[in-house]
Design a protein around this ligand. Structure first.
Ligand code: SAM
Length: 278
């Protein structure tokens, strides 16, 4: 039995996965791309040694990174997705009939190609006519091209290497400029359990550009630390309040999950004022 060892970024923890088969392994211009078969989780996409998705649980992440902001907005028409080369977030965004345009900004075209080949149920919407694919750095796209946007979603790799451009104050500020008044920004900010400082620092940085900043979480069992935190920010609207009921087909996200996913306000305050130690 061969095994894959994932060394979790930033913390001294290693996860072990048994491999039934290596479907694909190659280096792109940006990273090593690997697709393996695990007997329990199905196919897994791994970039530079870090698990990006598994067939079994990808819906938790893709639904939660997408539908909270999409339902907190009254009428999302233009959406920018940065990263997300597997196509899972594109699939979820396009479940909303309001959407007219998706700017899909993935730096590495090979990831899209590999996902089309090995994860057809995840990449199933990337060739939809409403999707405009831009293979470039998402921070550059937001600075130079994005205007009049309703939702910006960062579905990137961890804040390492070329993904670090997506976690800076400067980037958050340019995102604010490209959003409409009722627009939302969402990004993943790692695990609340293992990467508490990253979660807090992202909130603090976002508060410099956005008046409304919050955290919601979801269980992503195959990401290190499992208890995954998403930062959500806007110029005016409260992301805890749904502007439209959930009518799209989902497995995990629904009306009740929307409010359930936000940290209770007391707990959020304790987190942000340094009163929680672990
Ligand atoms: N759900 C995954 C996670 O959180 O582990 C992310 C999956 S998706 C495959 C991540 C994608 O972000 C990768 O394909 C990577 O190439 C892309 N990416 C990283 N930095 C980027 C940047 N600065 N601009 C555009 N895409 C970027």
């Amino acid at each position: 039995m061969i095994r894959f060892y994932e060394i979790a970024p930033f913390v001294p923890i290693t996860y072990t996965y048994e491999i039934d088969k290596i479907h694909y392994k190659a280096k792109s211009a940006y990273q090593e791309i690997m697709v393996i078969e695990n007997p329990q989780l199905g196919k897994m996409l791994i970039l530079d040694g870090i698990v990006q998705l598994t067939e079994k649980d990808e819906f938790f992440y893709h639904e939660m990174i997408t539908h909270v902001a999409m339902h907190a907005h009254p009428n999302p028409k233009k959406v920018v997705i940065i990263g997300g080369g597997d196509g899972g977030t594109v699939r979820e965004v396009l479940k909303h009939d309001t959407v007219e345009k998706v700017y899909f900004v993935e730096i590495d075209r090979e990831v899209i190609h590999v996902s089309r080949t090995f994860f057809p149920t995840v990449a199933c919407s990337v060739d939809d006519s409403r999707v405009e694919i831009h293979c470039m750095d998402g921070a550059e796209f937001v600075k130079k091209t994005a205007r009049d946007i309703d939702i910006v979603i960062v579905d990137s790799t961890d804040p390492i290497g070329f993904a670090t451009s997506l976690f800076t104050e400067g980037f958050f500020n340019t995102v604010r400029q490209c959003l409409n008044n009722e627009g939302f920004f969402v990004t993943h900010t790692e695990s609340l359990l293992l990467h508490k400082n990253i979660v807090i620092e992202a909130q603090q940085a976002l508060r410099k550009s956005f008046p409304v900043v919050d955290i919601y979480t979801a269980p992503i069992a195959t990401y290190p630390g499992n208890w995954w935190a998403f930062a959500i920010a806007s110029g005016t609207l409260d992301p805890r309040v749904m502007k439209r009921p959930c009518t799209v087909e989902t497995r995990f996200y629904d009306n009740e999950m929307h409010s359930h996913s936000f940290l209770p306000r007391g707990f959020y305050e304790k987190l942000m004022t340094g009163k929680l130690t672990w």
